[in-house]
Design a binder for this molecule. Structure first.
Ligand code: GDP
Ligand code: IMO
Ligand code: MG
Length: 423
């Protein structure tokens, strides 16, 4: 299994990092391929909990080289804070490689994000305000500054100053706050120097590793339904989290990828605005949020809860060519009398044949459910599939029947070893 992609199948926070950490043990490289510090990836090792935003989730193994691929947008203050925090806790980041082709985030991107959100008022996207969309917009406009630009410090300084002056004018016209240009240039010149040892030709590095039969893992951030093309536009992020994006964002080719693991929670959550057919309000929703600790790792916002949606999951199987599904957070449903699963959509009394191509419609459809009896016992100590309660196995078998791919891993707790891996 030389190249594995791990991708979120819902709206993010499915527990990707926990599964990546688990799989990383048998891989030599873990590479992020898109997104930026909008991601919040939690890994629990023993009594230690780590929240990663940019550093790949394989960093906890000394045999793994963590790579930030060309498709990522990199916020240097966050990256260095994360490295410092990890190293102060005994986790070495010395092996980290950052693609010379990755784009950098600057303070003006955050200003644009905030202005755009406040301009949208009630229709705001609910972004993480990290400047992700504006940084990708600059990449597309071909005015971005890239990681490799720090290799020539004088030129880098000039690029930052020129861009800052240009952005100052745009922001002033939009009513934004003034940029402290000299302070930004000074701090980014320092960040640039610090970045130098990490800058790398990651595309050739990944291919060379593959040539030597290395096992590579590509770490998706965000998720399928936050994908800029296939998600619930405009309530999406600005990159392609789907497995197809893993090629563009790493430089590996489609034929290099052999295994694609889709991560789905046993229920669903979403942070920020946008349609959510199986959304669960009221007491049961609060119960999911309380037991699942569904608060954003990055922004602290309460995540909106809902039932597992197999119409979405089946569409995610198609969009990502999933070879398998990892179903996480099964334990969160331990005390539920009934576990609901959305198996179809109806619009104006008519069933839809699949996931609609119009996010507007998604806001109007009625979710059709099957109710499964809950198992009402703790699954946290269970490590083998046959030991799971039969009601939990029924849920997993329903997922497999509906989606046509096997569920190979089942999360039963936040810690590294709290997982049922099916042989
Ligand atoms: P990611 O963004 O997809 O990596 O997911 P997050 O880290 O943002 O959110 C997942 C949360 O659920 C984290 O707090 C994890 O520690 C936790 N988690 C992951 N898998 C499980 C599981 O199987 N059971 C429970 N109870 N928690 C889990
Ligand atoms: P991980 O990798 C959940 C959401 C934001 C917002 C939308 C656009 O931890 O699963 P952005 O700042 O990207 O422009 O915001 O996307 N969002 C996430 N939601 N998990 C994430 O990452 C997310 N990253 C972005 O809440 O709705
Ligand atoms: Mg997260």
């Amino acid at each position: 299994m030389p190249v594995t992609v791990v991708v979120g199948t819902q709206w993010g926070d499915e527990g990707k990092a926990k599964i990546i950490d688990l799989l990383a043990e048998s891989h030599q490289i873990v590479a992020r391929y898109q997104g930026g510090h909008n991601a919040g990836h939690t890994v629990v090792v023993g009594d230690q909990k780590y929240a990663l935003q940019l550093v790949p989730s394989g960093v906890f193994y000394s045999h793994v080289t963590p790579v930030i691929g060309n498709g990522v947008v990199v916020d240097l203050p966050t990256l260095f804070k994360e490295i410092d925090t990890l190293e102060s806790r005994g986790v070495s980041c010395a092996r980290l490689k950052v693609s010379s082709l990755a784009h950098l985030i600057f303070p003006w991107h955050q200003s644009h994000d905030a202005l755009s959100e406040s301009g949208l008022g009630e229709n705001k996207i609910g972004t993480t305000l990290k400047g992700i969309g504006p940084a990708y917009a600059d990449k597309a406009r071909r005015v971005g500054i890239r990681v490799g630009d720090v290799r020539d410090p004088k030129r880098f300084e000039t690029l930052v100053r020129e861009r800052a002056i240009a952005e100052q004018k745009i922001l002033a016209a939009l009513g934004g706050e003034k940029l402290e240009i000299d302070a930004i240039v000074a701090s980014f010149t320092k960040f640039g120097e610090r970045l130098l040892p990490y800058v790398s030709d990651t595309v050739n590095f990944l291919h060379d590793a593959l040539d030597k039969s290395g096992d590579l893992l590509l770490e998706g951030a965000q998720a399928t339904f936050l994908d800029i093309d296939h998600g619930t536009y405009p309530f999406v992020t600005s990159s392609n989290p789907i497995a197809g994006g893993a090629c563009a964002g790493s430089g590996l080719g489609p034929r290099d990828i052999t295994r694609i693991v889709g991560i789905a929670k046993a229920y669903t959550t979403r942070v920020g605005s946008g349609p959510f057919p199986s959304e669960l309000t009221g007491e049961l929703g609060d119960k999911v949020v309380d037991i699942g600790h569904e608060f954003g790792t990055v922004t602290g916002r309460r995540r909106r809860p809902g039932w597992l949606d197999l119409v979405m999951l089946r569409h995610a199987v198609r969009l990502n060519s999933l070879t398998e599904i990892a179903l996480t957070k099964l334990d969160v449903l331990d005390t539920f009398e009934t576990v609901r699963v959305c198996v179809g959509y109806e619009l104006n009394g008519k069933s839809l044949s699949g996931y609609p191509d119009d996010a507007q419609l998604l806001g109007e459809i009625t979710a059709k459910y099957v109710d499964l009896p809950g198992w009402k016992s703790s699954v946290r100590m269970i490590r083998s599939y046959k030991d799971l309660p039969k009601q939990a196995r029924s849920l997993i078998e329903l997922v497999e029947q509906h989606c046509g791919v096997p569920v190979t891993m089942i999360g039963v707790g936040p810690e590294r070893n709290e997982c049922v891996v099916r042989e």
